[in-house]
Ligand binder design. Structure first.
Ligand code: 13P
Length: 287
C-alpha cells in the first residue's frame, strides 16, 4: 500500500539520512526501483513529473500500475508515489487519482500567491493523508521543458512556507536539474544552514541529485536534507547500457531483439545506480 512521505522523512531527518526520490518513466523504471528498494530494505519515493505521467497514459494508469506491481512483487518497504513539480491543476488531478504525496511547485508565483495556493492544497491533501512538498527558489536547469534559473532561496521565505504546514520543503541552493556544467559553483551550504536553522525539524529536499559529488551530498544531509531527487542519472545509466548492448550487436544475435532482453542491461544498470544512491544517502536497511 502506498504511504505518504511524512513518516519516512521524519525518521530520515531524525536519523540523519535521506530518502531517494527516484523519478519513473515506464514499467521498467518502476519495477527496477521497487525491486531494488525492497532488496535493500529501504524506503523510497517514486517521483512522477506531469510530463512522465502523460507519457504513461495519465495519473490513473500510474497509480494502477504502481499498486498492482507492489502487490505482485510483494513490496513491503514504505513507498510514496509523489507528483514531481506539479502545477496547481496537476496537483489536484494527482490527488484525485490516488497519489500519496504531491509537490506543488509554486516557486514561479509571487510569494503571496504561492502561499495562498499552497495553503489550499495543504488543507485538501491533508484531509486525505497525503504529504505536500513546496518549493522556494526555482531549481535551475531544464525539466520537462520548464527552465529555471538556479535561484538561491531566501531563508525567511522558506520559514514562511514551512510554517504553513507543508510536509517537506525544497529550497534552491544553487542546485540544478540535469548534468552540472563544468563551471558549477557547488551547493550554497551557508544558505542551507540558515534555512535549516529557521525551519527546524522540517525535512528539506534537494532537487537535481544527478552529479552532485558524494561529499556535498553528505554535507547537505548533515545540514537537514532528508529527501534527494534523482532522475537524469538513471536515464544516463539506462541509455549507456542499452547503447553498449546494441553496439556489441547483441540485438542481432538470436532473439536479442526481444524487448525483455534488449531492455535488461539498462534495467541492471539502473539497479546499480539506485544501489549507489541509496547507499550514499544512508537509507539502506531503514525501511
Ligand atoms: P536530476 O534529473 O538532476 O537528477 O534531478 C531530479 C529532480 O530534481 C526531480 O525533481
Amino acid at each position: 500500500m502506498l504511504v505518504s512521505a511524512k513518516e519516512m522523512l521524519t525518521k530520515a531527518k531524525e536519523g540523519k539520512y535521506a530518502v531517494a526520490q527516484i523519478n519513473i518513466n515506464n514499467l521498467e523504471w518502476t519495477k527496477t526501483v521497487l525491486q531494488t528498494a525492497q532488496e535493500l530494505n529501504s524506503p523510497v519515493i517514486l517521483g512522477v513529473s506531469e510530463g512522465a505521467a502523460k507519457y504513461m497514459c495519465g495519473f490513473n494508469t500510474v497509480v494502477a500500475m504502481v499498486n498492482a506491481m507492489m502487490d505482485t512483487l510483494k513490496i513491503t518497504v514504505p513507498v510514496a508515489l509523489h507528483l514531481d513539480h506539479g502545477t496547481y491543476e496537476g496537483a489536484y488531478a494527482a490527488l484525485e487519482a490516488g497519489f500519496s504525496s504531491i509537490m506543488f511547485d509554486g516557486s514561479h508565483y509571487p510569494i503571496d500567491e504561492n502561499i495562498a495556493k499552497t495553503k489550499q492544497l495543504i488543507a485538501d491533501a491533508g484531509a486525505k493523508g497525503v504529504s505536500i512538498e513546496a518549493e522556494v527558489g526555482a531549481i535551475g536547469g531544464e525539466e520537462d521543458g520548464v527552465v529555471g534559473s538556479g535561484e538561491v532561496a531566501d531563508p525567511d521565505e522558506c520559514k514562511m512556507i514551512a510554517d504553513l504546514g507543508v510536509t517537506m520543503l525544497a529550497a534552491g541552493i544553487g542546485n540544478i536539474h540535469g548534468k552540472y556544467p563544468e563551471n558549477w559553483a557547488g551547493l550554497n551550504f551557508d544558505v542551507l544552514a540558515k534555512i535549516q536553522e529557521k525551519t527546524g525539524t522540517m525535512p528539506l529536499v534537494l532537487h537535481g541529485g544527478t552529479g552532485i559529488p558524494a561529499d556535498m551530498i553528505q554535507k547537505a544531509i548533515s545540514l537537514g536534507v532528508s529527501k534527494i531527487n534523482v532522475n537524469t542519472e538513471l536515464q544516463l545509466s539506462f541509455a549507456a547500457a542499452t547503447r553498449k548492448y546494441i553496439e556489441e550487436g547483441k540485438d542481432l544475435a538470436g532473439k536479442g531483439f526481444d524487448p525483455r532482453k534488449l531492455l535488461a542491461p539498462g534495467c541492471a544498470a539502473m539497479r546499480e545506480t539506485v544501489i549507489e544512491k541509496m547507499t550514499l544517502f544512508g537509507s539502506v536497511g531503514k525501511a
